[in-house]
Design a protein around this ligand. Structure first.
Ligand SMILES: *Cc1c(COP(=O)(O)O)cnc(C)c1O
Length: 495
């Protein structure tokens, strides 16, 4: 029996895993969720002897049950290869009493590569399995990292086009350069005059537009999503928590069955939700430490049970977490509502209409797996500086938010449980902010000179992803208003 997926807003809408991957978002605007979370069916001890690719298969086969063994193994093989600059794929590094799970060794040096290097393969396999002949148009809104990772993943993948919207002025110079230099005849990159939430809402509206869908179909196109709402992104992210645990076990850092905590720098709630799913699969995780920057809507939610996006949007030095609508939280809300789609739909309607909803006391009790907190800009910089001065290890700004919140968690609770911190980007992706925090006396330097300086002080080679864009030509220069997003898409598709 295949594990089926239903919409968080309509329990009657059921699809297979491959159909969910193809669609991205359910027709009713809900997110696809598995009808139950499968349990790991190999022991932790067995997992501790496995490679990343083998672990990926053991986890993903349980969720993506309508893919054959051969299809899934082929997707995994094609994704986790020499695009990563280390054979381990995700090294677990012990620094100053915590374990950093380095998720940034892929093509675009951020953790989005973990899922976006496999999603194109999962999607084209899904198209084949479901006899889809339309060309698949990936629409993506990005706060900076998803965009490049999705572009890199889908560039020149037959049967697909990809269109990325990013907030002009809301991403780092290196992030922007990475995107606008992307090669591949099927790639398009657009800056919008607006913030990430507006880009994401614009994309969601296009997905929900039935007339637009018909028009596309007449021209042989259909939309899909590479955003973290796609179950094909969520499932590959579960893998690295299982792998991290298995590595710690293999190295003798923990005993079999010993609980660990996971601290995750959070924006759209995809990465931490993957950790939650890993826990529900039976991985011994105690607390899920949800770290926010000054856009602390999640912290307030965990404190009060009220989700309220009506607040000032703050541009921070951890831009990939500058988000007020954490899309993937909907999957958690659905679950703590007792898998009640009607109840969840009601709350999401309140969010869409008034920007706020409140969960019940019963639901709040279900949140005890989580601890939420945040750090401000100054605290984030301080974390980078003090860890660098103490150990020489340089964190990126997002990871530093998690490290700072983990410190607060420890002093709040005294909990000494071993903790894995999801290290979501290379410091070379946010060089200026990182250097300003770690070693600010660098004088006048451009971002590439700064990368060389960072390389010198951190004793880490400048990653290939940065070297590549030093001299790359700008290939995309479209900028539009939020309201012009649909016509921009049509222009690219020539319809
Ligand atoms: C996307 C991103 C995050 C936030 O992850 P979510 O899954 O959206 O919560 C954190 N750090 C970096 C570097 C990212 O690119």
């Amino acid at each position: 029996m295949d594990l089926m997926y239903s919409s968080t807003r309509n329990a009657d809408l059921k699809v297979t895993a491959s159909q969910a991957v193809l669609k991205g978002l359910a027709d009713d605007g809900g997110l696809f969720v598995p009808e139950h979370i499968p349990a790991l069916d190999v022991s932790l001890k067995e997992l501790s002897g496995m490679t990343y690719q083998e672990t990926a298969y053991e986890v993903m086969k349980l969720f993506l049950t309508d893919y054959t063994q051969q299809e899934l193994k082929e997707c995994i093989r094609a994704a986790y290869d020499s695009k990563f600059d280390t054979e381990e794929i995700v090294p677990v590094v012990s620094v100053d009493g915590a374990y950093y799970l380095e998720l940034f060794h892929g093509a675009t040096i951020a953790f989005k590569d973990m899922a976006l290097s496999i999603l194109p393969h999962l999607m084209t396999t899904a198209a084949r399995k479901n006899n889809v002949t339309n060309e698949i148009v990936i629409l993506t809104a990005t706060s900076g990292d998803t965009g490049k990772a999705a572009l890199a993943g889908f560039a020149d993948v037959k049967g697909t086009k990809i269109i990325v919207f990013y907030p002009k002025g809301g991403v780092s110079p290196i992030q922007e350069k990475q995107m606008v230099t992307q090669a591949g005849a099927n790639t398009h990159v657009v800056g919008i005059h607006g913030n990430f939430d507006q880009a994401q809402t614009g994309v969601k509206q296009m997905f929900a537009d039935k007339a637009f869908e018909r028009e596309l179909k007449e021209h042989g196109f259909q939309f899909s999503s590479a955003n973290s709402i796609n179950i094909g992104r969520l499932v590959p992210q579960i893998v690295y928590y299982v792998y991290a645990y298995a590595r710690l076990l293999a190295k003798g850092e923990i005993k079999e069955g010993e609980c660990i905590n996971a601290a995750v720098p959070t924006g759209n709630f995809g990465n931490i939700l993957a950790a939650y799913y890993a826990k529900k699969m039976g991985l011994p995780i105690a607390k899920l430490i949800c770290a926010s920057n000054e856009n602390k809507v999640l912290y307030d939610f965990f404190q009060t049970g009220t989700y309220d996006k009506n607040r000032e949007f703050v541009l921070t030095t951890s831009p990939s977490m500058d988000i007020l609508i954490s899309s993937n939280l909907e999957r958690l809300i659905y679950r703590i509502a007792g898998n009640d789609a009607a109840k969840n739909a009601q709350l999401m309607k309140q969010l869409a209409e008034g920007g706020v909803y409140q969960i019940t006391e019963d639901m709040r009790r279900e949140l005890s797996d989580f601890y939420g907190n945040y750090v401000d800009e100054q605290e984030c910089a301080q974390v980078i500086r003090s860890l660098y001065e103490k150990t020489g290890y340089v964190l990126d700004t997002h990871t530093a938010v998690a490290a700072g919140v983990y410190q607060k968690y420890q002093s709040d609770t005294g909990d000494q449980t071993k903790t894995v911190i999801a290290s979501t980007a290379s410091p070379f992706k946010f060089t200026r902010s990182v250097m300003k925090a770690a070693a600010p006396d660098f004088g006048e330097k451009n971002d590439f000179e700064l990368a060389d300086e960072l390389s010198r002080i951190a004793h880490v080679k400048v990653p290939r992803a940065v070297e590549e864009i030093r001299t790359a030509k700008v290939l995309h220069n479209t900028v539009c208003e939020v309201s012009q997003m649909p016509e921009t898409v049509k222009k690219f598709l020539k319809i």
